[in-house]
Design a protein around this ligand. Structure first.
Ligand SMILES: Nc1ncnc2c1ncn2[C@@H]1O[C@H](COP(=O)(O)OP(=O)(O)OP(=O)(O)O)[C@@H](O)[C@H]1O
Ligand SMILES: [Mg+2]
Length: 1038
């Protein structure tokens, strides 16, 4: 029930409103919504027979941008002439799989309903979309197609089919649509399209049938109208090269067939961008470059044909005045130019078995030319449809198209009544009579079937059966079409007027037929002498017989046909079959062809379950928001909507399955609330009795309740809304609780599942951990790596001295080593960046000391934590005379030392000073000895922890008196300073056991080192100097 769904929707909105006032306002607006936006289903109109009420309901909804309304299951759609935000993907999702009546009316609801019926009941469906020109039929059919393309299951192959189905539209529109006064994109042909679905419900193919293309438009357009879009698209959008090849100029004004309507440009149409769309669509559909080339050759040749002009000789015979056109035509059509030229100006006649060429006059030649243009264009259009069908054809061998389920879309011209109605309107209105027949049969049949199924007595519905009008048009021998054909075939001077007379003779007495001659005085005033009137089911239409015979014959001279059969254009060879020339049977007339194709269409539609979309256009100005009542009343009439509503409402306005009805209204009766345990029918019966329904207001069927009047239902609905608020809160609370509990439980279960999975994977991974990486252990191995890296990340050493490092898993040993190095480098780099210049200097000296003494001299380790000082002798410790003697030499380091005589090894206190160039040994006030660094041959020390050292000098140097034996309490510091100042890092020898030194030229002294508990330096009996060095640490001489 559509209104109820609106209330539901509003109620759900109420729930989301914040604050009780907000909720109340929403509730009230739901109650009054019915008045504001009308009913969503016309069957709920209280006064269902009133056209005024009908139109008022449409108007209310239109003002609120609610363009869709139901009559039962028929969808009425009013063209909004503006883009409404109701065709998004979210909208499609909202309508997908939802009960027809639970959501507001929409073309998607009808599409989804048809789709679901096809899937669940496996019955083919069809959607009949009708309405006048500009009412929105083609747009509606595109929306349906888009809905299926988006919501149906898809695979890669299906995607191609979907693309092709969608892309067939721009191509067919380019060739079959045109700008008319009523519609800038008016379909000038009828179209029925089958969409085929496989067992999964995916679209897998399609097939198109086309009806009665308005070929006359190729050669003539009324003022303000255009030819078919493709001509303008080609000229405006075609590439320079292409136009040159086709011999066309980029100016539509150059072509006779494009200037008749004096309307080259339309603001709503962009021919150039449409050209691009069409070119792309052609390739998506699978047209090869050759196909496109041939197709455009034909389009261009129609334009050239239009420019072929004739002059008249004195004899009256026509001759061609524009030779260049013939040249292009010969090339584009692939025919012989002179043969074509002759065929355009002559007619082949057969007299007494002999073929003769009879010249045409100017007028005849022009109409022969136009007939050729129409034939070429019309047949090419049919070829195009066939070609699209090839590309849409179902190609899976394993699944024949017979097994496919089908949804058919019929986008066909609605009833047409103009000031002047001709052959085309006659055909179109005949088509609508046939569709009305189908509608009556199918709708009444389904109504009746439902009553029977529910065991409710069928109450005959009064309706007008239009079979009588269909018969008037189509009956064999006696029908209007038969009479027309007869006149067309009859030898002699048959004309449109003789046809009218024949009609008067044959069907003059028919109650639905009238002509000027047969009419009474009053009617004659509104009818022309050349008109006949049909009383269609939707209303009266006067048809002028002018042109009926020609249009029905649709004649193309035989010799022109012959020329076309010789064409080398691959498309035209398919369009003009040579067999046609040898076939002596007269081709079927247009009306008979149309009648037969309609009969086939009816058969197709009869085998399917129909849905109806009735389109209405709100005004003639193509303007948004304008609701022209007169125009709409006219359409409501001609679409038969009131009749439609009357049939639907004849019995009962509303019917619904028991469970749905009970579920919705059970809260209105204490016996049925909160649950009814008995049979559903008893529950509903109890409920409606409690509500005070009178027996004539309703009936109970087998599975449904039928309610006769909308007001009964509205009263029930209002009662529901009054009590709804507390119920709504309580139900909402319960709903939310249940929902939240569900979420929590699902989350818990999910966590448990994941935990079990993780443990399982872990155990397996542990078992397989020594195997090469495989699916069983990859998680485990990754985890081990991950956890090592994370542990490392948390426990990185903080200082360079911290040597701790976590043990890596086997797979990460190498990585760990790299990281360790990087980490160390990083810490060192950081450390280096922050140290002061003094400290840097200290460390550089310590580095030198390390290089010289580390692991070589026992007292080195004790020296490490002690800082080296700048000097151990300051200015006041040194005699001023010494300082004076040094002169400009700057002292770098000074230290007190003990010097041992070279001969007696007597110990004497001395000072040792280092300058930029030399070592000085100082005794009180005297510089006793100077050794230039360049003369310093080497320095020897022991490996023990004593402070002895020897400075070796060259013995040939007379100034020196042999090597110098010294002892320092800070031997490591002292020697490091000497090594640095003298640049003698590599000249320090560390000796085990003893040191030899030069006493004087040619004479050698020896110092023996032994380790002991106490430092002892004395001359030994063997004449050597004996040094007993303490074991490391005792004597701290650094
Ligand atoms: N649902 C819609 N939303 C917005 N605009 C629409 C809608 N339906 C139709 N229109 C507008 O109306 C124009 C005419 O619609 P459409 O071409 O579908 O009419 P039609 O019934 O197919 O007419 P014809 O019989 O001449 O082919 C469209 O080009 C579009 O501008
Ligand atoms: Mg259309």
């Amino acid at each position: 029930l559509s209104y109820l769904s609106l209330s539901c929707l509003t109620l759900s909105l109420c729930l989301s409103a914040v604050g009780s006032d907000g909720v109340r306002v929403m509730m009230e607006s739901a109650l009054t919504a019915r008045d504001r936006v009308g009913v969503q289903d016309f069957v709920l109109l209280e006064n269902h027979t009133s056209e005024v009420a009908f139109i008022e309901n449409l108007r209310k909804r239109f003002k609120e941008n609610l363009i869709y309304t139901y009559i039962g299951s028929v969808l009425v759609s009013v063209n909004p002439y503006k883009d409404l935000e109701i065709y998004t993907k979210q909208h499609m999702e909202r309508y997908r799989g939802v009960n027809f009546y639970e959501v507001s009316p929409h073309i998607y609801a009808v599409s989804d309903n048809a789709y679901r019926s096809m899937r669940t009941e496996r019955r083919d469906q069809c959607m009949l979309i009708s309405g006048e020109s500009g009412a929105g039929k083609t747009e509606a059919s595109k929306k349906v197609l888009q809905y299926y393309a988006v919501t149906c299951p898809a695979s890669e192959q299906v995607q191609t089919v979907k693309d092709r189905l969608l892309q067939s539209n721009p191509v067919l529109e380019a060739f079959g649509n045109a700008k008319t006064l009523r519609n800038d994109n008016s379909s000038r042909f009828g179209k029925y399209m089958d969409i085929q679905f496989d067992f999964r419900g995916a679209p897998v193919g399609g097939h198109i049938l086309n009806y009665l293309l308005e070929k006359s438009r190729v050669v003539h357009q009324s003022h303000g109208e255009r030819n078919f879009h493709i001509f303008y698209q080609l000229i405006e959008g075609g590439e320079e090269d292409l136009l040159r090849r086709l011999g066309l100029e980029r100016n539509t004004q150059q072509y006779q067939y494009l200037v008749k309507g004096n309307c080259p440009k339309v603001s709503s149409i962009n021919d150039r961008s449409d050209w691009k769309l069409v070119r792309k669509a052609l390739s998506v559909i699978g047209f090869s470059d050759d196909d496109v080339e041939e197709l455009l050759n034909i389009i261009a040749s129609v334009l050239h044909l239009g420019n072929v002009q004739f002059g008249g000789e004195d004899s009256g015979n026509a001759y061609i005045t524009t030779d260049t056109q013939i040249k292009y035509l010969a090339r584009l059509l692939g025919v012989d130019g002179s043969v074509l030229k002759e065929a355009l100006t002559h007619k082949k006649i057969t007299a007494k078995g002999e073929e003769l060429m009879s010249p045409l006059n100017q007028e005849q030649a022009s109409s022969a030319r136009d007939a050729l243009s129409k034939a070429i264009y019309g047949r090419t259009f049919t070829w195009l449809v066939n070609k699209i069908n090839d590309s849409l054809a179902f190609k899976d061998d394993s699944f024949s198209s017979k097994n496919a389920s089908v949804i058919g879309l019929l986008d066909i011209y609605g009833f047409e009544v103009f000031q002047n109605n001709s052959f085309e309107q006659f055909c179109i209105n005949y088509c609508n009579e046939k569709l009305q027949q189908l509608f009556i049969e199918l709708t009444l049949k389904s109504e009746q079937e439902e009553y029977e199924a529910e065991g409710i007595t069928w109450e005959p519905v009064q309706y007008f059966n239009n079979k009588i009008i269909c018969d008037l048009v189509e009956e064999k021998f006696k029908g209007i079409i038969s009479i027309l054909d007869e006149e067309c075939l009859r030898p002699g001077d048959a004309s449109d007027i003789t046809f009218l007379e024949k009609l008067e003779d044959t069907v003059g007495g028919h109650v639905h037929f009238l002509s000027h001659k047969l009419a009474d005085g009053k009617t004659r005033k509104v009818m022309g002498r050349d008109e006949f009137r049909l009383l269609h089911y939707a209303g009266e239409v006067n048809y002028s017989v002018n042109g009926f015979l020609d249009k029905n014959n649709d004649l193309l001279f035989r010799n022109l046909k012959e020329v076309m059969c010789m064409s080398e254009n691959k498309i035209l060879t398919q369009c003009f079959d040579r067999e046609e020339l040898t076939d002596r049977k007269r081709p079927e007339t247009t009306a008979t062809q149309f009648k037969n194709s309609l009969a086939k269409l009816m058969e197709i539609l009869m085998s399917k379950e129909p849905s109806y979309v009735r389109c209405i256009k709100p005004n003639d100005a193509k303007q948004a928001g304008r609701f022209d009542e007169v125009l709409i009343r006219h359409q409501v009439k001609y679409l038969g909507l009131m009749e439609n509503l009357r049939v639907r409402r004849a019995g009962f306005a509303y019917r619904r399955r028991y469970e749905v009805f009970l579920q919705r209204y059970k809260s209105l009766c204490p016996d049925t609330w909160p649950n009814w345990d008995g049979r559903l029918v008893d529950g509903v019966s109890t409920l409606v009795k409690h509500l005070g329904y009178k027996p004539e207001e309703y009936k109970l069927g087998r599975s449904k309740i039928f309610i006769r009047f909308p007001k009964t239902l509205f009263a029930t609905e209002d009662a529901l809304e009054e009590i709804a608020q507390p119920f709504v809160y309580r139900s909402a609370a319960i709903l939310i609780q249940a929902w939240w509990r569900g979420i929590l439980a699902r989350r818990r279960a999910q966590r448990r599942r994941e935990a079990a999975d993780t443990i399982r994977r872990f155990i397996k991974g542990f078992m397989y951990r020594h195997q090469p990486r495989c699916p069983e252990n990859e998680y485990f191995l990754d985890y081990v790596r991950y956890s090592f890296l994370m542990k490392l990340h948390r426990n990185l050493p903080k200082t360079v001295l911290d040597k701790s490092w976590p043990t890596p898993p086997p797979a990460l040993i190498e990585t760990s080593e790299h990281l360790r190095k990087l980490c160390m480098q990083n810490m060192v780099w950081k450390y280096c960046k922050t140290i002061s210049p003094e400290w840097k200097h200290q460390l550089e000296q310590k580095m030198v000391a390390s290089e010289i003494f580390k692991d070589k001299k026992d007292n080195y380790p004790q020296s490490v934590p002690k800082l080296f000082v700048g000097t151990r002798l300051n200015g006041e410790d040194i005699n001023p005379k010494v300082l004076q003697a040094l002169g400009t030499e700057k002292m770098k380091y000074g230290v007190p030392v003990t010097k041992y005589d070279r001969k007696g090894y007597k110990a004497r206190a001395r000072q040792m000073l280092l300058t930029g160039s030399s070592v000085f040994i100082v005794e009180d006030t005297k510089l006793k000895q100077r050794i230039d660094y360049s003369a310093l041959k080497g320095i020897s020390v022991s490996s023990l922890s004593d402070g002895m050292f020897v400075l070796h000098v060259p013995c040939e140097d007379n100034k020196q008196k042999g090597d110098v034996v010294l002892q320092s309490d800070h031997v490591i510091e002292t020697l490091t300073k000497v090594a640095i100042c003298a640049d003698k890092i590599n000249s320090i020898n560390i000796n085990q056991g003893s040191i030899k030194f030069t006493v004087s030229q040619g004479k050698e002294g020896i110092i023996d080192f032994t380790s002991g508990s106490e430092l002892l330096i004395a001359k030994a009996k063997n004449g050597h100097l004996s040094v007993v060095g303490t074991s490391a640490g005792k004597n701290i001489s650094l």
